[in-house]
Design a protein. Structure first.
Length: 248
């Protein structure tokens, strides 16, 4: 029996839902960009959520351990993706031995953690020398500019590019790259056709409880992973930050 999809929470992205397609493809774009670091590797996805990203990684990796703190989520991942090794655990105290993995993937998770520094220290501990930490997070300057507290109630601390650099610039890690995800040409055309931002249009519908217009729904369901660009240019205006750090 195919397990039922995880319920939408307002924050966690779930695949296969038309009104979630923009967010799903935006997350997928980051996974696809980072897969090259996972080839034939033992990978821990720390904060795996629904599990679709760990499944993508498993197509390249030698082995994937999918970890999530939420018991219901971990049970869903184990049932939906039997090819994954699923573990429930705390990201501030990873239930893995020292030097156990080649890669730690942490996508759209660090902004939910109160103890971000402790998590990074745990990543340094469980990575083998030469292993990589792959991390993405929303750019604070585009979502909560000028605010001490994140606008998103699910986030505890959002990061600007310099703050993410500082978080990862610790003993045992060397920052290999810091890039930003943004709308590519096709999404910029969709923004223009909608008379503004496809992001703002979706948020307005959700916050107002209104109906999705046919034009907006068609635009959202048409989005693909390749519609996003990931480059090192102009990080301050990027939507998401994408970092790769190497274990010394």
């Amino acid at each position: 029996m195919t397990p039922a999809p995880l319920p939408l929470t307002g924050e966690r992205t779930v695949p296969g839902i038309d009104v979630e397609n923009y967010w799903f493809r935006r997350h997928e774009a980051a996974y696809l960009d980072l897969l090259r670091h996972c080839a034939d590797a033992v990978v821990l996805e720390a904060g795996c959520g629904e599990g679709y990203g760990a499944k993508l990684i498993a197509e390249r990796a030698a082995r994937v351990v999918a970890l999530d703190y939420d018991a219901f989520t971990a049970a869903h991942v184990g049932a939906a993706y039997p090819e994954l090794a699923v573990v429930r655990g705390n990201l501030a105290s990873l239930p893995l031995r020292t030097g156990a993995v080649d890669v730690v993937a942490n996508l759209q998770v660090i902004e939910h953690l109160w103890n971000q520094e402790e998590f990074v220290a745990e990543c340094v501990r469980v990575l083998r020398p030469g292993g990589r930490l792959l991390m993405t997070t929303p750019n604070r300057l585009t979502f909560s500019p000028g605010l001490d507290k994140p606008h998103n109630p699910f986030h505890t601390r959002e990061l600007a590019p310099d703050e993410l650099h500082e978080l990862l610039d610790v003993p045992g890690l060397r920052i290999e790259s810091l890039t930003g995800l943004r709308h590519g040409p096709r999404l910029l055309e969709l923004d223009a056709a909608l008379g503004g931002s496809i992001i703002d249009a979706q948020v307005d519908v959700v916050l107002s409880g209104g109906e999705w217009s046919p034009e907006l729904l068609a635009a959202v369901t048409s989005v693909r992973g390749e519609d996003f660009d990931i480059t090192p240019a102009d990080l301050d205006t990027s939507l998401d930050l994408v970092a790769v750090a190497v274990r010394a």
